[in-house]
Every structure is written in structure tokens, then in C-alpha cells.
Design a protein around this ligand. Sequence first.
Ligand SMILES: Nc1ncnc2c1ncn2[C@@H]1O[C@H](COP(=O)(O)OP(=O)(O)OP(=O)(O)O)[C@@H](O)[C@H]1O
Ligand SMILES: [Mg+2]
Length: 314
Amino acid sequence: MEVEDLSINFETLYGTLKVLNGVNFIINEGEIVGLVGESGCGKSTFALSIMGLLPPQAKLMGGKIYFQNSEINVLDEKFMEKIRGRKISMVFQEPLTSLNPILTIGEQLMEAIKIGSDKKDVKKEEALKWLKRVGIPDPERTLKRYPHELSGGMRQRIMIIMALATKPSLLIADEPTTALDVTTQAQILKLMKNLVKENKVSVLFISHDLGVIAQIADRVAVMYAGKIVEESKIFEIFENPLHPYTKDLLSSIPKLEGKSEKLPTIKGSVPNLLNLPEGCIYHTRCKYVMDNCKVKEPELKEYLTKRKVACFLY
Ligand SMILES: Nc1ncnc2c1ncn2[C@@H]1O[C@H](COP(=O)(O)OP(=O)(O)OP(=O)(O)O)[C@@H](O)[C@H]1O
Ligand SMILES: [Mg+2]
């Protein structure tokens, strides 16, 4: 998947929100890429735009999207229907809203397997195999149950295997574990990582928490106010974060061993998307701000080996 210079506005009662501002993004085959940023910075909008699921008030201002080497037109609904849920599948934050409440787990899972295998009939054994792979206890009984009868962790597992059973080339996971406790979250992340590596699926994994992304991603892109400000391998981000925003995000990760009860958060807030600041979009909160930053906008450019950063410090 390759996204080139994607810009999206939202027309609202208050004016035009500039939600995505020239996003460039590549996900290579078999790679797990994290997308991190604070709430409201445009992560979900980015995911929905690749899926062609933007709400009507969203306006595509420019940009191109390539998938498996051909350009896709996300506004062409007929075309997107063939891709969505088949070649690209998505796991949402709250699985209750995306599982069908009136169908059993078995019925929904078999349907997903059918899509992935091009077969007319799918044997129950195949569904059982998927449930066993993710450690669902009593899989026979689970097949006959309805979504509301399962715990959050179980539903999340079901959503993930359903998304993978369709055999997609790309899986988009938008905060798929936020609603879960830390232990279940770690289990599910490990499981997801194993499943996607086994099935050679590429993944876009979205979270506001770098600690979560570190458990699953190979590479991470940092988004701020609809722009990618840094892109690096995950270990490099932790070892030597480049962009001041990345540094601030890292120091806001809760440390388990820490004694302080208050979570450190980044000072200030995400800029008003109705009226983005001139120059660097982070200059209003940046500890290292220079005069230049207030008038000129730094471009995302290569730094050292295969890292990218949009900051005048580099
Ligand atoms: N349907 C909509 N109509 C108008 N504005 C919207 C709509 N959906 C999102 N926005 C606005 O677009 C901006 C980006 O929202 P988005 O949901 O993409 O952020 P996010 O990074 O996913 O945040 P979160 O971490 O809270 O999920 C926000 O300012 C939000 O208020
Ligand atoms: Mg979101």
C-alpha cells in the first residue's frame, strides 16, 4: 500500500477542518507498521480513507493511493466493495459494533472463511481450527454463541481471526485492544503478531500508545495534526527519538515501575484544525522552537539510514 500526498478536509458547521495534510505512507508486503499520535490527530480518518469509508462531509483534497501496484479510487464504491473485507480488512476498537448481534459466532466466522477460500461450503472443522489457534476455551460451544455472550477479550480474538480468515493482504487495526486490560492486551498483541507473520499479511496498526505499538510493529509513523512528522524502525524510536513530538510522546508513556500517580502528558493541546499554525505545526508546543519554525514548514525528509523526520533540528 502506498499513499501519496493525501489531504482530507471535513466540512463542518464551524468551517473547514484540515484533518489530513499531505500524508505520505508506505506499507510493504508482510510488514507491520504502527501509526501513533494523540487523540484527534487524524489516525482513524487515515484508516477510513484507505478503506473508502469516509463520511459524506469528508472531502478528498488531493493525493493518490496505490494498492498492490495499481492506483485505487476510494470514491468508486463498486470497486471498493470488491476490496473491502476481502483484500483489505479492518478490526475496529469496539468489536460489539462490528459483529452482527443476531448471528452466532459460528455463522459469522464460517462466512469469513468462505470469503477467504472461495469455497461454497466450509466445514465446521475449519472454524474450530481458527478458534483453537487463538485459545478460545470450549470452541464447539463458542460456535453456537452470540457476540453478547462473550467477554471483551474473547470478542476481540474473534474479530481478529474473522479479519484474518478472509485472507486479506492488508489488515488495518484501529486501536483494537484499547478496551482491554493490560494482560489480555499483551496476549492479543502477541497472538496477532504470530497470526499475521504466519499468514504473511501486512498490517497498519493504529494506537495513541507507543508502548502498545512497540509490542507489535516493525516500523512506526508518528502523526501530528494530520501530518507524519517522523518515521523510524520501532527500536530506533525508543533508542533515539528524533522529532520533539516523538520525544514528548515517549515521555508520556506510563512506566509500570514509576511511583508517580499522575501520568505525564504533553503540555498544550493539538492545534485547532480549523486554523492550523503557520510554519511547523508543532512549534506551539515544542521545547526546541526556533524563529525559523514559526514561519517555515519543515518537510519530511530522510535522516541517516532509512529514518525520516520533519524538523529543522536535523
Ligand atoms: N465525521 C466527522 N465530521 C467532522 N469532523 C470529524 C469527523 N470525524 C472526525 N472528525 C475530526 O477529525 C479530526 C481527526 O479525527 P480522527 O478520528 O481521525 O482522530 P484520531 O487520531 O483517530 O483520534 P482518536 O485517537 O481519538 O481515535 C478530529 O478533529 C475530529 O474531531
Ligand atoms: Mg481514532
